[in-house]
Write a protein that binds this ligand. Sequence first.
Ligand code: UDP
Length: 231
Amino acid sequence: MKTITTGKVKTVYDAGEGKAIIEFRDDITAGDGAKKEAKEGKGSINAEISARLLRFLEEKGVKTHLKEFVRPNKFLVTKVEIIPVEVILRNIATGSLVRRFPFEEGSELNPPIVEFGYKNDDYHDPMLNNDIALALGLCTRDDLTVMRRLALKVNDLLKEFFFERGILLVDFKLEFGKTHEGEIILADEISPDTCRFWDSETREVMDKDRFRKDMGSVIEFYSEVRRRVLS
Ligand code: UDP
């Protein structure tokens, strides 16, 4: 199969007939790829978590790229043109938000904050406003409106899904793609690599911050997220 892109942690292959295969590798990176390691089993853990979450969202009426989870670590997906805009949802202030603005670490954000970022490692994924996104030709004004609406819906659904499993959905990043017919659907993954998860009771970190901040037990916590997501 022809490789379409080799990303930092996933490889995308052309499967023909408007479809693609996404392979979740065991690599884990932070700081725009500056820090990089392989953690055995991470690819399959993230694939399984993402498959369950994307299926849950589909059941709730959110269209996604996932057609089939090919165990242990591949997705058969609808091939889409990824919109180079990362949509970030925040329910609790942490990470880059508290580095850039005077929010108190760990404080609740109600209503949640939606942020757009330019998906471009060379520029370190800078925050976008609507005018910059349009001037760069990344998407249309309507696309931004649709992505914002879908991201808020996904947040409502996932917040409850995780709450029922003893996990606070702190923040997360979504990517959307355009189908051949021009429809915007949810793409990429939803996993401990792309979300912040805190245990509801202890506020223990259960996501990629364990790798970013050298907290250890990365795979153990990813596995615990998988256990709860599948429960
Ligand atoms: N995120 C991501 N990919 C990115 C940027 C952010 O998956 O390129 C996720 C990140 O894991 C977190 C949320 O989006 O769940 C918000 O990240 P933040 O802006 O706080 O960035 P960071 O502190 O990781 O630099």
